[in-house]
Design a binder for this molecule. Structure first.
Ligand code: PEP
Ligand code: MG
Length: 293
């Protein structure tokens, strides 16, 4: 009964309910569960399955296939978040004692800039086939965004020089998954179109709790006030500076927080495909005109 229904509260406030995905089969599952879009496509999954770095052509064909499956819905692809718990055998990374605090995600682009340029070229080309947005993981500063901008320009110039068609205006965002990004969200919001809060890592880094270690789970309170305040602060700053904000970590599916997220001004929740209708149901039950509990 919830398929085809709008993601709106009783009083008409919209909260887009998107799905997370990591492969083409997940896109089918997102469609079956009537997701309004894809809020997080974990692009690193494809890299981890390969024996060597994927080529631009290979990536382009894959991204085009994703977009062709949902040409009318927004699809937000995250650039590769390789490192920490997601190691690629073919990628040389200096030995690390604390990989979760190490050469992970965008940080690899300082070591291997062309790897990101290749991915961006494939994404820009695929952008002609649907409603694509791109976002970056593990951001901690505005300076990182300046460096990434250089790589974006390099990717566009290379495509132009080669006469390859591509989408010029693709919305770009960042993950808010480090305390630094949340604290600096005012400055960061001026530089991007949207934020997506990665509560899995934001919790790990804020509460100093290794997400891989089940023994410390009791210290890892996902409803910790520090996390919720960082999300609220990021939402306020996003909206004051013309950006929108979603949540794509596991907390997005926690329906005991749906009303609180709505009251913070969160615009989108991206969850595992099987949770889409449950979250839509929760959104549709909220009435923001009633007094907060
Ligand atoms: C997160 O950190 O919350 C997130 C969505 O990214 P990942 O789980 O892939 O690190
Ligand atoms: Mg993360």
């Amino acid at each position: 009964t919830l398929r085809g229904k709008e993601d709106v509260t009783r009083d008409g406030r919209r909260m887009k309910v998107y799905a997370n995905a990591g492969c083409l089969a997940d896109i089918d599952s997102a469609l079956e569960n009537d997701a309004t879009g894809i809020g997080l496509f974990r692009s690193e999954m494809l890299y981890l399955e390969q024996k060597e770095e994927p080529t631009e052509e290979f990536l382009f064909a894959y991204y085009r296939d994703i977009l062709k499956k949902m040409p009318d819905k927004e699809v937000i692809i995250r650039t590769f978040d390789i490192g920490a718990d997601k190691k690629a055998d073919w990628l040389q990374v200096p030995g690390e004692e604390n990989p979760a605090l190490g050469m992970r995600a965008i940080r690899l682009s300082w070591l291997y800039p062309n790897m990101l340029v290749t991915q961006l070229k494939a994404l820009y080309r695929a952008g002609l086939y649907g409603k694509l947005s791109i976002f970056y993981p593990m951001i901690t500063s505005c300076e990182e965004l300046e460096y990434l901008k250089k790589l974006e320009n390099q990717a566009k110039e290379e495509l132009q020089r080669a006469g390859v068609p591509f989408a010029e205006q693709i919305p770009r965002g960042i993950m808010i998954e480090t305390p630094a990004a949340a604290i600096l969200s005012r400055e960061l919001a001026e530089k991007v179109d949207f934020f997506s809060v990665g509560t899995n890592d934001l919790t790990q880094y804020t509460l100093a709790c290794d997400r891989q270690n089940p023994d410390i789970e009791s210290f890892c309170d996902t409803h910790h006030e520090a996390i919720l305040r960082l999300i609220a602060w990021s939402a306020k700053n996003a909206h004051e500076h013309g950006a929108w904000i979603g949540i794509c970590g596991e907390l997005a599916a926690d329906t005991s927080l749906t009303e609180r997220f709505l009251r913070m001004g969160i615009d989108e929740l991206s969850v595992s495909p099987t949770f889409v209708l449950k979250v839509r149901d929760a959104v549709r039950k909220v009435d923001l005109h009633t007094k907060e509990d």
